[in-house]
Design a binder for this molecule. Structure first.
Ligand code: SF4
Ligand code: SF4
Length: 412
């Protein structure tokens, strides 16, 4: 696939890191050239490769602008895996992927501690002492991207189990994404409300992290282990659909079959699970329209998470949902499908580039004149909210589910 690149440079216009840095090493063509040099033995594996390999957002925008459709993001993930094997990994990632993300209860406990640190100002003390650097080169600066943390996690208020709904027949499994659970439980509650209107039963799952952070880092084995655990849970329960309101989780759950070799017995189960996965956006457009209620006029724009637009081809659907909400004037965001620079934990190691990309996004948001910026990925919400906060803009950043819930009347 590396050989497919004809060096035309068309990827330059679409690549956020290239537009932010202007460096050839920061665009798909340069990244593919680097991988080619490694394959051909013209370049040795060393710590010098950390920066070029981990500076890619994995947003996939280059591939959509590339005639041979070179899958640069996938190639970079493969190269990251090789880097971890040949050069080494950071201890913090082993702790995260093997001892924290597979255990939702531990993650919730850590989130409580982080919330206490942030909300009480203690993280500022830790930052001043330089302690936060263990989480990533730029963590001391990027830690401020997260504003106040919620004081609870979703499954502390709604433990795993079955909730009765007002709909007919449909049984939905609600996959709880880590970001929604910890960073945005209010929006997750709104999603639960929407699902209960549509289904007879909503089962809040005891799932762990979907595995995407490990996969993106190049630790594909850790991602497979997380996926295997979730597949066992999801395939054992008789849901008609498995819905998640995190577009990044939804895209990765749909990708589960690709994680396992055809001969692996988990492959068939992964296929069966992936076929039932729906992004919240798909669930809403496929359900009868919610009963609308009187609501004041607002101007809303929408940011496409990379994992919704390029990851799942969900482009028209969220716009259709928003435009149909009562009182909403929908305005299209210029470059709506450009990555916001959030890209999971990108800013922890590439704060300056992430901020340049974010500035461009917020410039575009301002052009719309919108008072509400909606999206469907919790990592994007955190990043966009920071962009708005930095400029003191009177713009609310929220999840689509919150707007839907606020602007529809309960049935029954
Ligand atoms: S990655 Fe695609 S768009 Fe970029 S230089 Fe290569 S062929 Fe051209
Ligand atoms: S995946 Fe995104 S950041 Fe990486 S090379 Fe392609 S466009 Fe640039």
């Amino acid at each position: 696939m590396i050989a497919m690149c004809n060096r035309c440079g068309f990827c330059q216009v679409a690549c956020p890191t290239f537009r932010a840095t202007g460096h050839e090493a920061g665009v798909a063509r340069g990244r593919v050239a680097l991988l080619r040099a490694l394959r051909e033995g013209r370049l040795a594996w060393s710590t010098d490769l950390e920066e070029p390999l981990f500076a890619c957002l994995l947003c996939g925008a280059c591939t959509t602008n590339c005639f041979p459709a070179v899958p640069t993001a996938d190639l970079i993930v493969e190269a990251r895996e090789e880097y971890l094997e040949k050069v080494g990994r950071k201890r913090i990632h082993g702790l995260l992927f093997e001892h924290l993300l597979p255990y939702p209860e531990r993650l919730r406990r850590v989130a409580r501690a982080v919330a206490f640190g942030k909300n009480s100002g203690l993280s500022g003390v830790a930052r001043a002492l330089g302690l936060l650097r263990i989480f990533g080169r730029d963590f001391p600066r990027s830690e401020k991207i997260v504003g106040r943390m919620p004081g609870y996690a979703l499954r502390e208020r709604f433990p795993p189990g079955v909730l009765e709904g007002g709909g007919e027949r449909l049984r939905i499994g609600y996959f709880v994404g880590c970001g929604m659970e910890i960073m945005n439980p209010v929006a997750a509650e709104a999603s639960l409300g929407i699902l209960r209107e549509a289904a007879m039963e909503v089962h809040i799952l005891e799932n762990a992290c979907c595995g995407l952070p490990a996969w993106s880092y190049g630790d594909r084995e850790a991602a497979r282990k997380l996926a295997a655990g979730n597949i066992e849970i999801l395939s054992a329960l008789p849901f008609d659909r498995i819905v998640t309101d995190c577009s990044s989780c939804a895209a990765f759950l749909k990708k589960y079959p690709d994680l396992f070799e055809p001969a692996d017995p988990l492959r068939e189960k992964a296929n069966e699970v992936a076929a039932r996965v729906r992004d919240m956006v798909e669930q809403v457009v496929s359900a009868p329209p919610p009963r609308s209620k009187e609501a004041g006029r607002i101007i809303v724009t929408y940011h496409d998470p990379c994992h919704a637009s390029r990851g799942q081809d969900l482009v028209a659907e969220p716009r259709k949902i928003l435009a149909a909400l009562p009182g909403v004037e929908y305005r299209e965001l210029p470059e709506a499908d450009w990555c916001c620079g959030g890209a999971g934990s990108y800013a922890l190691s590439h704060f300056d580039t992430a901020m340049k990309i974010l500035e461009r996004k917020i410039d575009n948001v301002e052009k719309t004149g919108a008072g509400v910026l909606a999206t469907s990925c919790p990592a994007c919400i955190v990043q966009l909210a920071y962009g708005v906060r930095r400029r003191n803009l009177p713009i609310r950043v929220c999840h689509l589910s919150e707007l839907i819930r606020e602007r529809s009347a309960p049935t029954g």
